[in-house]
Design a protein around this ligand. Structure first.
Ligand SMILES: [Zn+2]
Length: 522
């Protein structure tokens, strides 16, 4: 039997590598797997596609740095490693990464040639560090691995550009790490197509394996009981879960076959964090902070979430009377996506490449109204508007203004201006309130809902430091969503009362809402 050559094994196995070379953190502390047992499998996982949905304070930045170093040295990969902004890179590379390297002779030896904030040569591979906010043009280098750190604070359009730099690689590895911020977008969206590993612990009282979640795994001390204390509890028998039980946990996949290897890492998988620590954060921190940085989950963005459920929860297979003017909303382009409905709800949708199919609705429903965008080619929409005066309007989105008017009709020009963010919000609020009915069984809407799964709301500071709300689509699959917005704009012209929609303060009495209230009373 030959002797095991640890030096050789350290080239192949990262845990042996870390141990053999006594790799430490930036402050010279040895890596502590006793108190971070969940990190072992995270280190060992070199799946090409990875996603981490993570809380803060779990030692994951160090893990990301060391994993990247190891795999570049081992396989000679070229890597693009992005952080949200250039200033993040200064902290991350100039601060953390360089300090870890300085502490560890072995890592120093791996670096050769170029070594600066934007580029490090590690053995036969190169890591390019880049921001997503300030880069004017995505870099032209190609890469084998794209590491997207702090994805949910990054510009997701630039993230897509970096990802496209993998197209010529035989590897095409993608790793996404983030405190999740946005429901159904960013890292939370990748999580949904992942193995969804949860840290399972075994209750020593009833023997049941379970993953811990908030608030089900928590017991808050009863102030009137002096012997009671904040603690973790078993979801099944209610008895105490100890830090040792958390330490002896293991990762369990929810989906065995999934594109991404995914881990959900709430703060309580760290056995050093007590239930009291977590409950104190719950009581003292803002709710979105608690969700993102403690639970490792996107905050429930009340009214800011667009998903297929928004449509499904409003499906109703009862045939409605047709009432009022039929409105057709159409997102034009080579393929035209349309939504058709009236005061009693939406009853048809579809797509076509022929403008004549859209025109047929104007013929089929006398006095109907068509609202469509004028992009990318205004010629055909304008012809239709001239042919059906006062029945076809070309919609132009305007930015958020301080003007209270969300919709401005101009019959002479067949034109309607609409405040894009304001209309998104009204639509989402009305769908949440159950004010718009989608007639037919849920299966009928299966294609339609696909265009409601990648749009999300963000708040940005403008150049005057004011908060500006924006709705963005991650992948361009939002045509039916826009056609529904055009329908909603058209509803503004439906009745005299509908005019109320153009006044933000009175929007709650818009006709569709009133109709749904009436329906409930009936
Ligand atoms: Zn139990």
């Amino acid at each position: 039997m030959g002797r095991i050559n640890l030096e050789e094994l350290a080239k192949r196995n990262i845990i042996v590598f870390l141990d053999y070379y006594n790799i430490t953190t930036e402050s010279g502390e040895p890596l502590d797997f006793f108190n971070h047992p969940y990190l072992v499998d995270i280190f060992l996982d070199f799946s090409p596609k990875q996603v981490w949905l993570k809380a803060a304070q779990l030692g994951l930045s160090t893990t990301a740095i060391l994993k990247t170093f190891f795999i570049v040295a081992k396989m000679g990969l070229d890597v693009i490693y992005s952080m949200p902004a250039a200033s993040d890179l200064d902290d991350f590379v100039g601060g953390k990464l360089n300090r870890i390297v300085n502490m560890n002779e072995r890592l120093r030896k791996l670096i050769g040639g170029t070594d600066n904030i934007k580029r490090k040569q590690i053995e036969n591979g190169v890591v390019y560090f880049r921001g997503t906010m300030t880069e004017r043009a995505a870099i032209s280098v190609s890469a084998d691995l794209y590491v997207c750190d702090e994805m949910d604070r990054s510009d997701l359009k630039v993230v897509e550009q970096y990802k496209s730099r993998l197209n010529h690689s035989k590897f095409e590895w993608e790793w996404y790490f983030s405190n999740p911020k946005i429901m159904n977008a960013g890292v939370h969206k990748k999580w949904q197509i992942s193995t969804q590993n949860h840290w399972f612990v075994k209750c020593s009282h009833c023997g049941k394996w379970q993953y811990m979640s908030f608030p089900d795994s928590f017991h808050e001390a009863d102030p009137s009981d002096k012997l009671d204390f904040d603690r973790y509890i078993c979801k099944h028998c209610g008895k105490t879960i100890s830090s040792n039980e958390i330490r002896n946990g293991k990762w369990i996949k929810k989906h065995k076959e999934a594109k991404f290897s995914g881990y959900w890492m709430p703060l309580w998988i760290n056995p050093l964090k007590s239930a009291k620590d977590i409950l104190e954060d719950y009581r003292n921190k803002p709710s979105d902070y608690f969700a993102n940085f403690v639970c490792g989950l996107p905050a429930k963005d009340e009214g800011g979430e667009i998903s297929e459920n928004l449509i499904y929860q409003n499906c109703n297979n009862i045939k409605q009377e047709r009432e009022g003017r039929v409105i057709i909303g159409c997102d034009s382009g080579i393929t035209k996506h349309y939504t058709v409905g009236d005061s009693n709800g939406i009853f048809e949708y579809g797509k076509t490449t022929r403008m004549s199919d859209v025109e047929n609705f104007l013929l089929k429903y006398p006095n109907s109204l068509l609202v469509m965008d004028a992009m990318p080619d205004i010629t055909a929409p304008r012809e239709l508007a001239n042919k059906y005066p006062s029945r076809v309007f070309l919609c132009f989105y305007t930015g958020t203004s301080n003007n209270t008017e969300l919709i401005k009709w101009n019959s002479k020009d067949h034109r309607v201006n609409a405040d894009r963010s304001g209309l998104f919000q009204i639509l989402v609020d009305e769908l949440n309130a159950g004010s718009i009915i989608f007639e037919n069984v849920a299966e009928y809407w299966a294609d339609y809902v696909k265009h409601f799964n990648s749009t999300y709301r963000i708040t940005e500071k403008n150049n005057r430091g004011m908060d500006v709300i924006k709705w963005e689509c991650a992948d361009g699959m939002d045509h039916w969503l826009h056609s529904l917005i055009y329908w909603r704009i058209g509803m503004d012209k439906n009745t005299v009362q509908a005019k109320i929609l153009t006044n933000k303060r009175k929007v709650r009495t818009s006709p569709t809402i009133k109709q749904s209230l009436l329906n409930r009373i009936k």
